[in-house]
Write a new protein. Structure first.
Lengths: 117, 109
């Protein structure tokens, strides 16, 4: 089975701190994603990556950056955490089959609950 | 921007009844997927239907897709208390998936 592992399940950070959320997948997937989920707002895409060292902005990239130095690892960075970044963060991955965009089953981690105080 | 929109937002039924959730979207898609999320957990993939398919079954799940109406429905038959969860549709285009806000299903024993 595909496994997407998020390193921290619950975090409490102070305003202004730099926060790293780590995610590792074990299925050699090309694509990796970071979403945040808030009540009433559904899942919103922050950043995604199609390959090592590649990144694309999602719908709400402001205040976030990402790093993908290895294929299996995708990190979300909050350079200076703010209270409005209190949320649940979901990492996900999927394969990319060249010439076949009809796939894209996405596998999610269990989520990281971040509270910024 | 969110593309899939689920309807209803919340649904409460008795065990054994069928549950139907709908999803509408606005633009072209390669496929549409349904996911389930138990409270406080990650999303789990349930079923994928491609844009050239009209209906798909998996166990107690039945998904339909009407690309002319840009809509899909998820039917859960003979519901169980363990089906209580939030259900999301996601539309995929060019490798990127966009999720709706979800339907919260409560199945009462």
């Amino acid at each position: 089975d595909v496994k997407v592992t998020q390193s921290s399940r619950y975090l409490v950070k102070r305003t202004g701190e730099k926060v790293f959320l780590e995610c590792v997948q074990d299925m050699d997937h090309e694509n990796m994603f970071w979403y945040r989920q808030d009540p009433g707002l559904g899942l919103r895409l922050i950043y995604f990556s199609y390959d090592v060292k590649m990144k694309e902005k999602g719908d709400i990239p402001e205040g976030y950056s990402v790093s993908r130095e290895k294929k299996e690892r995708f990190s979300l960075i909050l350079e200076s955490a703010s209270t409005n970044q209190t949320s649940m963060y979901l990492c996900a991955s999927s394969y990319w089959l060249a010439g076949d965009s009809s796939g894209n089953t996405i596998y999610f981690g269990e989520g990281s609950w971040l509270t910024v105080v | 921007s969110q593309q899939g929109e689920e309807d209803p937002q919340a649904l409460s039924i008795q065990e054994g009844e069928n549950a139907t959730m709908n999803c509408s979207y606005k633009t072209s898609i390669n496929n549409l997927q349904w996911y389930r999320q138990n409270s406080g957990r990650g999303l789990v993939h349930l079923i994928l239907i491609r844009s050239n398919e009209r209906e798909k079954h998996s166990g107690r799940l039945r998904v339909t897709l009407d690309t002319s109406k840009k809509s899909s429905s998820l039917l859960i038959t003979a519901s169980r208390a363990a089906d209580t969860a939030s259900y999301f549709c996601a539309t995929a285009w060019a490798g990127k998936s966009t999720f709706g806000d979800g339907t919260t299903l409560t199945v009462k024993p």
